[in-house]
Ligand binder design. Structure first.
Ligand code: C5P
Length: 237
């Protein structure tokens, strides 16, 4: 880490699938005027690139090569809307959001060499005036020196309902019961893997978002940031 890096503030937002990380991280980054790292999208993109290359997802060496070489870019559409995820020149935004892509990401994310291959790429998102980093190990591994660390959680039922709503809105065919099963299986794998398991970082503020509105969670996270960095009032809050 360079000296310049150490003065660029980072807010890490970790938590399980469906805890609201994506929505909250985007809203908080917008309010602060900071950059956003969606690290889950990077793991999903590698799983997708490996699938497209016909690589067996249990072949750690081949998947690692893919993580090292895949060209993954984020593009914000000029007219607003969802950030596009471009994988090896192809807009894979919709493909990487399915539960199957999530399960593939979770499988390849358990390989230590894949995580090492993606480490520097994730660190390169740390740019002035600040970064909101969304993931599973942002506070525990990738940005251990982050100024503020938050861990979002919610009951598995609530998380499954949120994912159901999101996927339905995208026109994808899903059932609530199968989503709940998939979410529980993914949580289990993410929390029990040997490397970078999903857990709150030391000193992280834990927020249970079950039954709490997005606006209230955003306000709470911004309070956490303001308590640590009082000189950075959020825009519009
Ligand atoms: O957050 P999202 O659901 O997009 O992440 C997909 C998967 O990628 C997670 O289930 C997890 O296995 C993996 N992941 C990870 N470390 C991160 C972000 C995501 O292992 N920092």
């Amino acid at each position: 880490m360079t000296k310049a890096d150490s003065v660029i503030p980072v807010l890490t937002i970790d938590g399980p699938s469906g805890s609201g990380k994506g929505t909250i991280s985007r809203a908080v980054a917008d309010a602060l005027g900071w950059h956003l790292l969606d690290s889950g999208a990077i793991y999903r993109a590698v799983g997708y690139a490996a699938g497209m290359a016909g690589i067996d997802l249990s072949d750690a060496a081949a998947v690692t090569r893919c993580a090292e070489t895949a060209k993954i870019a984020f593009r914000d559409p000029k007219d607003g809307g969802e950030t596009r995820v471009i994988v090896n020149g192809h807009d894979a935004t919709d493909e990487i959001r399915t539960e199957t892509a999530g399960a593939a990401a979770s499988a390849i994310a358990a390989f230590p060499a894949v995580r090492t291959a993606l480490f520097e790429k994730q660190r390169s998102f740390r740019k002035a005036p600040g970064l909101v980093a969304d993931g599973r190990d942002m506070g525990t591994v990738v940005f251990t020196d982050a100024a503020c660390k938050v861990f979002l959680t919610a009951s598995a039922e609530e998380r499954a309902k949120r994912r159901y709503k999101q996927l339905k809105e995208k026109g994808l065919a899903v059932t609530l019961s199968s989503l709940l099963r998939e979410i529980e299986a993914r949580d289990e794998r993410d929390a029990t893997r040997k490397v970078a398991p999903l857990k709150p970082a030391q000193g992280a503020v834990i927020i249970d978002t079950t039954g709490i509105s997005v606006a209230d969670v955003v306000a709470h996270v911004l309070e956490v940031v303001r308590a640590v960095l009082p000189q950075r009032p959020a825009k519009g809050h």
